[in-house]
Design a protein around this ligand. Sequence first.
Ligand SMILES: [Fe+2]
Length: 511
Amino acid sequence: MITRRSLIAGGVSLAAFGALTRPAAARRRPLTDPFRLGVASGEPTPGGVVLWTRLAVDPLAADGLGGMPDRAVPVEWQVAADEGFRRVVRHGVEIARPESAHSVHVELDGLDPGAEYFYRFRTGTEISPAGRTVTAPAPGARTRDLRLSFTSCADYQAGWFTAFRRMAEDEPDLIAFLGDYIYEYGDYKYPVRDQAGGECLDLAGYRLRHAQHKADPELQLAHAIAPWAVVWDDHDIENAWAGDVPEQPDPPFLQRRAAAFQAYYENMPLRRAQRPSGPDMRLYRTLRWGAVANLHMLDTRQYRDLYACTGRSGTVGADCAERFAPNRTILGAEQEAWLDGELRESAATWDLLGQQVFLMEMDWTNGAGKGYSNEGWDGYVASRNRLTAALDTYKRNGVVLTGDVHSHWAGEVKRDFQDPESEPVAVELVTTSVTSAGNGLDEYPNTGILLQENPHVKFFNGRRGYVRARISQKEMRVDFRSLPRVTEPYAAAYTSGSFVIEPGAPRLNPV
Ligand SMILES: [Fe+2]
């Protein structure tokens, strides 16, 4: 049987596109191998999805434009019900323009809900690799479980993207990426892999960094196997940015943020609703998976108040009254109101919150005394309390999906961490990184102390990897997947922890 595994093996048969329109571009000098950045899909709806590609004949061209000519290029696309493209159900042409770095976003609807499709692109005589995608089930549909994998933090210089290959091999329905898809950093002294271009400061720099990532074969596999839902964290723009406030004064931050947002939009399978307007980009939104789950993708960076206690980020050990100031917010008033509305109206079994930073309380100080990270929700306690109150009031089964910290964690989110009697109202699953922080260890010398002093935290693993979940109306099964190393490619993944969560009981049950 031919299965979608042939996508992973790279053996998809590329039958001719057939008698589609012959684009004018074909009469010009042909582009050689313009699909070096692969293909992607994202943002599934019932019967809809976004298809993405970006043309580049020289992905590492210093101007970030992929060696493409300064002209519009027509790109044909096909969607088929079968991997061999014998049953093409939709086709069309989209124009790849130089002002969008020759990226293509095709927004489809009217396909079957809860169905698998295959897609590919052509320009001239060049045909792209094929991708597999999945549409969301019909509203309220009880039939299809959601197989969701998620990860974060893919620092190119820190190692090989093996985690993306292992995610692809699981053939999930949906991949959520929780931020730090790129790192804006300049060159490391001892990188595992060399990056091109130095620190990202302008549009050319961000475009080039994204192109280098998209040219990676492991990342291409993960994009080609399933639709993605993405949110950024800090490094997609600049380390530790908070709202309009940068870490470094130069270049002018809103200018830099606009460049980073533009490149992010161009390189992700996002909808036009997410297209940036200068330094503003509405990234928060909900994806719906029938009666099973709503996935609320949040943005804890663009609208947050500045860091409590110190004004600077990453101050592990911070503690001061400002953390509790009732007007402080990590989501911003508008997004908070929107999320409250989404939770109030939700009728799905699970409400998944895809977001960036630790939501549950975490005392990082070993032994006597307490210290919190002012970058996570511990620096915005009132914001957290409003969210946990909403989950409680609306009787939602909340599962928080988190990235940022480059290690696996799982814990229970209490209704009010200041109240020792408080019951959990949600579970938090924190994924480790793809590469950031290097090989890591399963446990560190202080792991036992951290778990002991934070009894609501139930699990830690300090390797690289991803999390995979199988979500039905009956239960959610979760495997934390870990890799022994990322300093060399092709490490085998292993399961470092498994849990079951049941609706109505926000607890982690070890398997
Ligand atoms: Fe990161």
